[in-house]
Ligand binder design. Structure first.
Ligand SMILES: *[C@@H]1O[C@H](CO)[C@@H](O)[C@H](O)[C@H]1NC(C)=O
Ligand SMILES: *[C@@H]1O[C@H](CO)[C@@H](O)[C@H](O)[C@H]1NC(C)=O
Ligand SMILES: *[C@@H]1O[C@H](CO)[C@@H](O)[C@H](O)[C@H]1NC(C)=O
Ligand SMILES: *[C@@H]1O[C@H](CO)[C@@H](O)[C@H](O)[C@H]1NC(C)=O
Ligand SMILES: *[C@@H]1O[C@H](CO)[C@@H](O)[C@H](O)[C@H]1NC(C)=O
Length: 550
């Protein structure tokens, strides 16, 4: 795996680098070219080679979000897994950092996991500081998966493996993806028995000694699929003083539109066990390209909810994405703000996964208008936007009982005739159609993505879409339904259109289309920008390192 054709390419790019594995830079960021036509400009994607799950997500308590990720620095497909690392002030402008966690030996890979700030030195690793970071992850070796930790005294930039690893070894080859949170007076780990449809909870006083506390399984967990990347957080219920625990579980297959997806359950946690009266099969997204999502640790209270990010891909086809032509594979989703809403069935709660504040990357209005009645032939050309990225909001009021109404959002290329369509029928059906793009022909990719039975929104409804070269994210009804879709045109999509039909004559549709500013390639004239990627060489801000958690 390591001796792939891409190794020599990687080496050629790396100048002053101390390597301890062929082609893997130590202590310096992997360089990246973020100019390719498929490269997202406000989503995180790896500088080169293959990325999958987000790992170790945390906010430092001052000004910096840390994102680690499953990273193969030596090939364009998965394998040889390390923890790559990037930081951001706003979750849209990213700076690549050196690889953070390396495999301990040639037979072992560093798989997914999480990170916490050990403010109270429970681990004993941090005698003189309050910002020590502990990463908790799976070590995968032939025939066995065990849980291990590494600690960082410099705020999460460099890590030392704990000499007592592994911490949990139950002689199981499918036991992975620990996500750790703090509960009152102890640490809690959710970890997957990947082939047993079961999540285990372990507890610990010090992040080192772990005790099995409970198992969670549920009739709503579809059978016969791998179980990965459990995540549990406490989130507010909108409009109430209530908080509930949300447990998300990634599934290697069985998603209704094919391939992988993420299920969720809402319930209670007593420090030892998660319980719920919800045994329905519910998925967090109506899009197909969202897996292994993770909640950030230590999110500021002002956010009022969790902050989540996912791997924007689908397992069966993730190794084939055409972005390999630009020598990288896979992007993360945009950041999402997560909270719960009381559902029409009072025993249940609905998940909201809305776009996290995009204002740092939104530029000028390209158009804004309000239409009375149906919208027809509304189209905005965004070919002048350097990032080839566009943001659209549509708010509809006065829908009444227009069950036959429908809404269509289209992205199109003026030159190639390609298009992508996202359509919503107010009877409760949503569809994304990527079949009219020519950049990829994979069967799972061109198949329609269709969800039925979405709840009636009532008299008003909102639609928000963030399009970013090869990424489309849509948010319906205030984020109650979120959909992520990779989009692979052969020519840039440069026109965005909206049309409706069947709305009452007095319905109001307010539309706003805004340019999106690149987080990777600032335009000429903007500070630090030159039209090409300067991020790795000269980030436009310097993180306040060695900071204290407030
Ligand atoms: C490679 O270097 C990193 C960073 O110094 C270290 O953590 C890791 O253990 C090393 N790996 C090997 C195989 O020597
Ligand atoms: C942190 O833990 C170490 C090891 O237990 C201990 O030596 C040190 O005094 C602790 N420091 C603080 C400030 O608690
Ligand atoms: C928890 O589930 C795992 C996987 O099915 C099983 O091996 C283990 O015995 C269970 N533990 C308990 C205490 O039930
Ligand atoms: C909805 O469409 C159906 C089938 O086209 C039609 O029979 C019905 O009258 C329509 N309802 C309204 C309220 O327009
Ligand atoms: C749509 O509604 C949201 C939420 O009320 C508001 O923030 C936004 O400005 C509205 N956009 C348009 C185009 O009306």
């Amino acid at each position: 795996m390591r001796l792939s054709a891409f190794v020599s390419f990687a080496v050629a790019f790396v100048s002053v680098v101390a390597n301890n594995e062929t082609g893997v830079p130590v202590g310096t960021p992997v360089p990246g070219d973020y100019t390719g036509p498929l490269r997202p400009q406000v989503h995180f994607s790896p500088p080169q080679h293959f990325m999958n799950d987000p790992n170790g997500c945390f906010f430092d308590g001052v000004d910096t979000w840390h994102l680690y990720y499953q990273y193969n620095p030596t090939a364009i497909t998965g394998g040889n897994q390390h923890w790559g690392h990037a930081i951001s002030k706003d979750l849209y402008h990213w700076v690549n950092e050196p690889i953070a966690i390396f495999p301990p030996d040639d037979n072992t890979q560093v798989y997914s996991g999480s990170a916490v700030i050990d403010v109270d030195n429970t681990s004993g690793f941090f005698p003189n500081q309050k910002n020590g970071v502990v990463a908790i992850y799976t070590l995968n070796s032939p025939g066995k998966e065990v849980q291990a930790i590494s600690y960082s005294t410099d705020g999460g930039y460099t890590f030392t493996a704990y000499e007592g690893n592994p911490l949990i070894d139950i002689n199981n080859p499918d036991f992975r993806d620990p996500k750790v949170i703090w509960y009152n007076d102890h640490w809690v780990m959710a970890v997957a028995y990947a082939q047993a449809n079961t999540i285990a909870f372990y507890t610990s006083p010090d992040l080192k000694a772990w005790t099995h506390a409970s198992n969670f399984t549920n009739p709503g967990l579809i059978a016969g699929q791998s179980t990965e990347c459990p995540n549990m957080i406490e989130v507010p219920v909108d409009g109430t003083n209530q908080k509930k625990y949300l447990l998300t579980i990634s599934r290697g297959g069985g998603f209704p539109n094919g391939g992988s997806g993420i299920q969720y359950f809402v319930g209670d946690f007593d420090g030892q066990a998660f319980t719920t009266n919800d045994d329905r099969t519910r998925w967090i997204e109506i899009g197909k390209d969202s897996y292994a999502g993770q909640f950030f640790w230590n999110v500021p209270d002002s956010v009022q909810g969790g902050v989540w990010i996912g791997w924007a891909s689908n397992l069966p086809y993730s190794g084939g994405l055409p972005t390999a032509q630009e020598n990288w594979r896979s992007s993360m989703t945009a950041p999402r703000r997560t909270f719960l809403k009381t559902a029409s069935d009072p025993a249940l709660f609905d998940l909201v996964l809305d776009l996290y504040d995009p204002s740092p990357v939104l530029g000028k209005d390209l158009d804004a208008k309000t239409v009375t009645g149906d919208v027809s032939a509304y189209s905005v050309d965004f070919s002048s936007v350097a990032a080839n990225a566009v943001y659209l909001e549509a708010n509809i009021t006065g829908i009444g009982a227009a069950q036959n109404a429908s809404f269509q959002y289209t992205l199109a290329s003026a030159t190639s005739g390609e298009s992508v369509l996202a359509s919503y029928a107010f009877s409760g059906a949503f569809e994304i159609d990527r079949a009219n793009t020519k950049g990829w022909t994979d069967g799972g990719y061109v198949a329609p993505i269709r969800t039925e039975g979405l709840a009636d929104p009532g008299d008003s409804w909102t639609f928000t879409a963030l399009f970013d070269r090869s990424m489309l994210e849509v948010f319906l009804n205030g984020g109650l339904h979120a959909g992520t879709a990779n989009v692979y045109p052969s020519e840039p999509l440069t026109q965005v259109s909206v049309a409706t039909s069947g709305l009452p004559a007095d319905a109001q549709v307010s539309l706003r289309v805004r340019e999106v500013l690149s987080g990777w390639n600032p335009p000429p004239g903007e500070s630090g920008g030159s039209g090409t990627c300067k991020r790795d060489a000269a980030p436009r801000w310097t993180p306040k390192s060695k900071r204290v958690v407030s």
